[in-house]
Design a binder for this molecule. Sequence first.
Ligand code: FAD
Length: 598
Amino acid sequence: MPTYTPPLRDMQFVMHELLHVADEFKAMPRHADTDVDTINAVLEEGGRFASEVIAPLNTVGDTQGCTLDRTTHEVKTPDGFRQAYEQYVEGGWPALAADPEFGGQGLPIVINQALYEMLNAANQAWTMYPGLTHGAYECLRAHGTEQQKRQFLPKLTTGEWTGTMCLTEPHCGTDLGLLRTKAEPQADGTYKITGNKIFISAGEHDFVPNIVHLVLARLPDAPPGSKGISLFLVPKYRVNDDGSLGARNGIHCGGLEHKMGIHGNATCQMVLDGAVGTLVGAPNKGLQAMFVMMNAARLGVGMQSLGLTDVAYQNALAYAKDRIQARSLSGAKAKDKPADPILVHPDVRKMLLTAKAYAEGGRALTMYCALLLDREHHHPDEKVRKDSAELVALLTPIVKAFLTDNGHIATHACLQVFGGHGYIKEWGMEQFARDARINMIYEGTNTIQSLDLLGRKVLANNGATLKKFGRMIAQLVEEEGVNEKMAEFINPLAYLGDQMTKFTTEIGFKAFQNADEVGAAAVDYLRVAGHLVFGYFWARMAQVALREIAAGNTDPFYKAKLQTARFYFARLFPETASLMRTARTGVKVLMDTDEALA
Ligand SMILES: Cc1cc2nc3c(=O)[nH]c(=O)nc-3n(C[C@H](O)[C@H](O)[C@H](O)COP(=O)(O)OP(=O)(O)OC[C@H]3O[C@@H](n4cnc5c(N)ncnc54)[C@H](O)[C@@H]3O)c2cc1C
């Protein structure tokens, strides 16, 4: 069975030595008292909960899956899942970063993010139940009426109730403009909602007495397409004015999907049969309201793959040290044994370092994004809030798609380290690979993330936000451009920074002639942008490590960081050259193919 050790040392490195989050918090009145010791204590406790309570349930969840009672429509989750959730609620974990106005502890998002990385590494399927609640909480906090906030936010904050997002229907996933679920206005100001939703994560389960569904539907007079979608709050049980549970509402689970991974999470077909709901936000503006939830979820999905990348790496490394097979090409290393540990083979190291570099790069990027969110919400300077919001919007599709693509690559590489044993269930590696696969699909497929990045976030504002990130790179280049020890990191980063401007302009020009050029280039473009961002963080991590080593710090952590940075720039980053080359071949080679695809 796989094991999981919370990566506390690396989290502390990113938070305190790279991003200096506690200093940043001093400028934010809400978080001014959140110091290094508080952060470390919460991380340690969260890590213990993830590794001791949640991780042991990962294999159980995969083996048992969820079951639906077709008479009562109730779903039973795998053994131990509900009890673990009760402990999670008792420990106050759901409320960690929630607003004190609704009973939250008001701690920074950075800390919550670190907790979620660990929970996802321990058990993605379990973590999705509380994970979706966070999105519902954010959406209602931003767009709910006073009554909705009063009735639902305190319960979502404490985790006594959980939330879902009900968007997808059988005939529409990416294109929500096609959705058909109907909402009929009632005399009392509520709506009766009728339709079928599919693939709803945590749509039904046995953790809590009430589930708060956020449902997209159409009003009778709604314009067609995505401009005619409204958002409704539909609880499993209606809620009385005094907060007690009322009648069972007309929404139930009609079936569970049998799927490739995340078996412990109930993926539900939800039937709405005149369910009573209340409007969230303005009529026909449901997609905008839902975007608050979707953006939170997109960063959350990136965190899922980050967690899986790390746990897969940890187990593959332990295996590679233990498994003996063949001798090193450069002569026996473990002379007391009949063969060397497979860790001596260069290609095994390449697989392990790939996962390590993607995990540590991903950790730096996601913590930075969480810090941007903390700044966006709580920094006193309006310009800082605005800049942070723009930057996090630019980075969100990169976190979602680049980290989940990397998670796919890394979990498969780690499975490969196990050879045939990786393919066998008992070692747990094939579960990581299966669980990671969905992350590239839901919350908008990675193709859709790429179109969002290139089309909406870059070309639509002439690359203005990308240029802001470019200025961060330029500043680092200016600081370290003459430092010979940094040249191996700074030179390729500076070169890609220059190339990126030309590359973007070229696609922009081609898109004037033919809009399909954006679709032809977008996926490669996002991966190049992902490396640009990772390259920046890896260069900065190398900078910190070099400084520590130069100051006489002998902690092997810094040498390890430097070695991983070198590997990243030598073996992973150069992928950008071939990606730019393939993207530049343009649309013709894809679209002039009617005979090939006949
Ligand atoms: C396990 C699981 C859990 C899920 N959880 C939820 C949930 O909680 N709530 C919820 O509402 N939904 C959920 N989903 C649904 C998920 O978000 C959708 O599956 C996803 O958005 C893709 O939609 P689709 O499956 O209909 O694929 P389609 O939209 O049919 O797409 C098919 C293919 O076409 C491509 N494509 C489509 N449009 C374009 C375009 N414009 N340009 C380029 N390529 C395009 C897609 O990238 C994809 O490769 C879940 C799905 C799964 C499998």
